[in-house]
Design a protein around this ligand. Structure first.
Ligand code: GUN
Length: 291
């Protein structure tokens, strides 16, 4: 039976450290690090993520405010809002929750955020730094996965890490992070067109699933003893639950836990780490801007 990696506990440790750093920042600069979260429209999952982010930020001593706008907000007005937050010296971090409504060019919005305030690490300038191995604000989910592996003692140096999924939010930046000096993994990125994906997955010492399909990773795709990281957050209908659904990952947890050496659960694995790293990035952005 695999070790179950407790993301909630590790995230709590990170958040306690961030709270100390936020308090130190306040003592030195007479104000709290400030985060502004922009939410456009009423995407149900986004609303719940944004609430969790704002609450966690407040608990860490970060001045957090959510700017909720209607789904029909024009791209022009959204860019104007971002320009106002860029120009506000009291704002350290800006997060525009994705996905955005179809009429908005997501790339244009990401490029509009001041890279120094880009706590998502999505701006091309920050993506470039990440790929070059330079210090930068790292995308929260990949950074959270790496921190989770580090703090649970999973060795990445020389290991074969197989990443399932090539998204700009998780797969691609995670591959760049794992390749960096210090982490030193050998990285394979798989996607929907990959030939014989199960055979590649079976080679993984560290297997990361970030594809968004419930139960995609089955026990036969996992090498005995591998560390399995489940990034998926999928809603499946469940009439026995009050909300009518439950959350499951991309990994068939029960079966894979019999084979893997370590595994992250859903919920309570990567999700809490994503939020913790957002808080860490906000304090880091505040420090760099104040320096
Ligand atoms: N939507 C899903 N994940 C994320 C994230 O990490 N940041 C933002 N801004 N939107 C998301």
């Amino acid at each position: 039976m695999a070790e179950i990696i407790d993301g909630t506990a590790v995230a709590a440790a990170v958040r306690a450290e961030v709270a100390q750093d936020a308090a130190a920042f306040q003592r030195e600069h007479g104000r709290r690090p400030a985060l502004r979260v922009v939410l456009v429209g009423e995407h149900a999952a986004s609303q719940s993520y944004v609430r969790a982010k704002a609450r966690a930020a407040g608990e860490a001593g970060i001045d957090a405010e959510t700017l909720a706008r209607p789904a029909d907000l024009s791209e022009r007005d959204l860019l104007a809002l971002i320009a106002r937050l860029n120009a506000d010296d009291g704002v350290d971090g800006i997060l525009v929750q994705l996905p955005l409504p179809d009429h908005v060019d997501e790339g244009a919005v990401i490029r509009a955020v001041d890279p120094a305030k880009d706590v998502d690490g999505f701006h091309p300038e920050n993506v470039g730094r990440l790929v070059l191995g330079e210090p930068t604000l790292e995308p929260c989910t990949p950074a959270g996965i790496v921190e989770l592996l580090r703090r649970t003692g999973v060795e990445t140096s020389g290991a074969h890490a197989v990443v399932l999924g090539r998204s700009n939010i998780v797969g691609k930046p995670l591959a760049s992070l794992l390749l960096r000096r210090g982490l030193d993994a050998t990285v394979t990125v798989c996607h929907s067109r990959t030939r014989d994906l199960p055979a590649l997955a079976r080679q993984a010492d560290v297997l990361v699933a970030a594809i968004g399909r419930a139960g995609f990773v089955t026990a036969d795709m996992v090498k005995p003893g591998a560390a399995v990281v489940d990034v998926g957050i999928n809603r499946v209908d469940d009439a026995s639950r009050e909300r009518g659904y439950r959350l499951v990952g991309d990994v068939d947890f029960d079966a894979v836990a019999d084979v893997a050496g370590a595994i992250t659960p859903v919920p309570g694995g990567v999700g809490p780490m994503t939020i913790a790293m957002l808080l860490a990035n906000t304090v880091e952005a505040a420090r760099r801007r104040a320096a």
